[in-house]
Design a protein around this ligand. Structure first.
Ligand code: GLU
Length: 283
């Protein structure tokens, strides 16, 4: 079993926040058990939140299955479970506020536009090159009036000018300086979904009083964006614990897309909850 981080502050509130795009596998079990264990050690609270804003990929039957699988594993969480798709108006209000402060801009670029602009500028591979950042307001308004689809991007340079340098503390990784500018002007509302992961996760953690955000270390960089949103919106700064990822026998990270064995499949093969908990690192 991997070492647990130091005991968190008394009364810490943690959560597990899966997206119902498939059945849970051992990596999810590790993440959920990790969050629940830290809350228990702290004499705090453990929440479950369903992150289902992407209607193109999320399905209600996976939400039902997530709750069943977690209960089978022996986990108990506080009711009611927050479901993000029911809260779009709340995220919209935050977007309006940031937009009113001149911190967001509409981006009309297609994936193809962005790829071409990056290639032409020889810029860093995955970063939006800022094509729409300086579009005159009249031009942007005209395109919106003409029905052109658009995303909303955060003007990270402007945002950082408001907040100054940012940091966060991670129980496992120690103190970290945030470098949100390394990710460019991230999308806070997609063309097809009126909010983004970054916005919804940060707003809900703040509104639900989550004081210890636990998740896989693949999301360490995302936290740089979340700290920026917290500072802009005056939301409290939680403590973090980004845990290592569970890997398969070959050392490869488990992922839904690679058909990692689901908890249901392990259960159907006759494994007990205790055996699955042990395989997920929590004997
Ligand atoms: N919903 C996200 C996911 O399933 C995780 C959210 C988080 O813990 O920040 O990957």
């Amino acid at each position: 079993m991997r070492p647990m981080p130091p005991t968190p502050p008394p009364g810490s509130v943690t959560r597990f926040a899966p997206s119902p795009t498939g059945f849970l596998h051992l990596g999810h079990a590790h993440s959920a058990l990790f969050a629940a264990r830290l809350a228990e050690q702290a004499g705090g609270r453990f929440l479950l939140r369903i992150e289902d804003i992407d209607a193109t990929r999320c399905r209600p039957e996976f939400t039902t299955a997530i709750c069943e699988d977690l209960a089978w594993l022996g986990l108990a969480w506080e009711e009611p479970v927050r479901v993000q798709s029911a809260r779009m108006a709340h995220y919209g209000a935050t977007l309006d506020s940031l937009r009113g402060r001149g911190l967001l801009y509409p981006c009309f670029c297609t994936r193809g536009d962005i790829a071409a602009a990056i290639a032409a500028a020889h810029g860093p591979a995955a970063i939006y090159p800022g094509t729409c950042r300086n579009l005159p307001a009249a031009e942007a308004d005209a395109r919106i009036a003409a029905g052109r689809p658009y995303a909303l991007r955060l003007d990270v340079t402007r945002a950082l000018a408001e907040t100054g340098p940012l940091h966060f503390t991670d129980l496992i990784h120690g103190p970290r300086r945030c470098v949100p500018e390394a990710q460019g002007d991230v999308v806070l509302a997609r063309k097809d979904i009126p909010a983004s992961y970054h916005l919804c996760v940060t707003q809900d953690d703040a509104e639900q009083g989550v004081t210890l955000v636990t998740r896989g270390e693949d999301l360490l960089e995302a936290t740089d964006i979340h700290r920026l949103l917290q500072a802009l919106m005056g939301w409290p700064e939680p403590l973090y614990a980004h845990h290592g990822l569970i890997t398969d026998e070959a050392g490869k990270r488990l992922a839904k897309r690679d058909q990692a064995p689901t908890l249901r499949a392990l259960r159907a093969s006759g494994m007990s909850p205790a055996e699955v908990r042990a395989r997920a690192g929590f004997p």
